[in-house]
Ligand binder design. Structure first.
Ligand code: NAD
Length: 477
């Protein structure tokens, strides 16, 4: 078997120690890999590269398409971009897969039956980094959810469940509030889920879903979520399974993939103390990705056996329960000594059905008939109560494009608002055609009239119908 080139980053803090331990175990297990080392992290940042990764490193990544990465330290202060976010976006790593498994009774947990995989969308949502200060008082972050993005992550979750013999996929969304963005995620979940009759599916509003995940995680199998919920809840899930020091994570794209531990560089830890298991689990996912399932299985089972024998690093060591306290290097040696053994209490793993998933290309839908029917004009204004703004704006509407309503932070304040509503200096003023579609020149002319009248237009958002269906949220109240 020829060796597969992989890019390796040793990272900061405990990064080099856990990477050495992991690579030693991989080597001893017969992994056919050819590591190419790149430098990322603190030193690169401090040399003035705000992305934390040198340009030459991208070249290795594009060639090997596989990155095994230790955690890095992000220097304190502004001006440093998150290396994780940049790598995920630049390499199109749309799926973040985090198995969170309890190893009771060897690692203490309140949830001994827990075995959950979180599949988190990794590129969209509030992480697009599109933020603006619009007025003196108001800051905005754009939440972007796309149909291709939802289709890819949801299909990935169902394909993953089928490949891994998992029974159920659950979707967490907040579509009772975000009816269009989270509503799209939910709708795509239902559409794609229907193509997998062999896998049960259900969905929950993220708040009650999160509460149940924290309380009874054993009732979940695979959970698919938009980016922000997945970011938060995958840490919760890893922690309640036993320890953040033990979970690995795969970041998967069509072309490239990145594997890592979920924890950080733990600068508070002394040398040779860290648990290398999180990165080792990332490396096991990497071996599956590059088609070396036999090696992955052998390492995972030897690791389970080591855990069972009570050979523990400090983070999971319990006097009276553990047998021996080991440092990072000695723990790696213990795993190596047990290669070829199976666990006796914990269930051994089998990876016969694992490998990279090949997903069909997303089929882009035929464009719908798109009609411009109005515009939301956002103003900075602080001269008086909402009625005053309504009266001042109304004459600038036309028969084709009249002022329909004004909201402040989403609450309708004109016409017929409540005097109790607290208002900031940011007003969304909806001008909407009562019947026929309008032209873009109507929208421009309105803005010119408003500008000439002294209004401070900070942003506009066009209102479209798609095949006659409104592409904007209705305002109630
Ligand atoms: P952390 O995950 O590094 O540490 C949190 C706690 O868990 C600490 O008490 C630490 O000692 C312990 N811990 C973490 N990994 C462990 C291991 N393998 N074995 C034993 N104990 C372990 O989080 P933090 O302290 O908030 O962050 C430290 C640095 O790591 C920061 O600079 C942060 O930006 C960075 N970070 C990087 C990544 C990444 O590169 N993927 C992820 C998270 C945080």
């Amino acid at each position: 078997m020829s060796r597969t080139p992989i890019t390796v980053a040793y990272g900061d803090g405990i990064g080099p120690a856990i990477m050495q331990a992991t690579l030693r175990i991989l080597e001893a297990a017969g992994a056919q890999i050819e590591p190419e080392v790149i430098e990322i992290g603190e030193q690169v940042y401090l040399r003035g590269n705000s992305s934390g990764i040198a340009d030459s490193a991208w070249e290795s990544l594009r060639r090997t398409r596989v990155l095994l990465k230790s955690p890095i330290t992000t220097p304190q202060g502004s001006g440093y971009k998150s290396l994780n976010v940049s790598t995920r976006k630049a390499l199109g790593l749309y799926a973040n897969v985090r198995p969170c498994v309890a190893y009771a009774p060897f690692v203490p947990t309140r949830h001994p039956q827990m075995n959950v995989v979180i599949v988190r969308e990794n590129e969209e949502d509030l992480y697009a980094g599109i933020e603006h200060r619009q007025t003196e008082e108001v800051f905005q972050c754009l939440k972007l959810i796309t149909r291709p993005g939802c289709e890819r992550i949801v299909r990935y979750a169902f394909e993953y469940a089928r490949q891994q013999g998992r029974q159920r996929v659950t979707c967490f969304v907040k579509d009772n509030i975000m009816k269009m963005t989270d509503g799209l995620f939910h709708q795509v979940f239902n559409e794609i889920g229907a193509q997998y009759p062999d896998i049960a599916r259900d969905s929950m509003i993220v708040d009650i879903g999160a509460a149940r995940l924290a309380d009874t995680p054993e009732r979940f199998d695979v959970i698919v979520m938009p980016n922000l919920y997945g970011d938060i809840l995958s840490d919760v899930a890893a922690q309640i399974a036993g320890s953040v020091g033990m979970a690995g994570s795969a970041n998967i794209g069509d072309q490239c993939a990145m594997f890592e531990a979920i924890h950080g560089s733990a600068p508070d830890l002394a040398d040779d103390v860290a648990n290398p298991s999180g990165l080792l689990h990332g490396a096991i996912q990497m071996l599956l990705h590059i088609g070396q399932a036999g090696v992955a299985e052998s390492i995972h089972n030897a690791w389970l056996r080591t855990l069972e024998e009570g050979l523990h690093t400090a983070d999971i060591f319990r006097a009276g329960q553990s047998q021996q306290l080991l440092g990072t290097r000695a723990f790696a040696d213990a795993v190596i000594e047990r290669l070829g053994e199976l666990p006796k209490v914990l269930a051994p793993v089998t990876y016969s059905n694992s490998g990279p998933l090949t997903l069909p290309e997303v089929v882009r839908a035929k464009p719908k008939k798109k009609d411009l029917v109005g515009v939301d004009v956002f103003l900075q204004w602080r001269e008086g109560p909402p009625n005053q703004l309504g009266q001042a704006l109304k004459p600038h509407g036309t028969q084709e494009l009249p002022l329909q309503l004004i909201t402040n932070r989403g609450v309708k304040v004109w016409p017929q608002g409540f005097p109790e509503t607290f208002c900031v200096d940011h007003w969304r003023c909806r001008f909407k055609s009562p019947a026929e579609p309008i032209g873009f020149d109507d929208v421009l002319a309105l803005q010119v009239r408003l500008h000439d009248a002294g209004f401070d237009v900070v942003k506009t958002e066009n209102l479209y119908n798609f095949d006659g269906e409104a592409g904007f949220a209705a305002v109630h109240g």
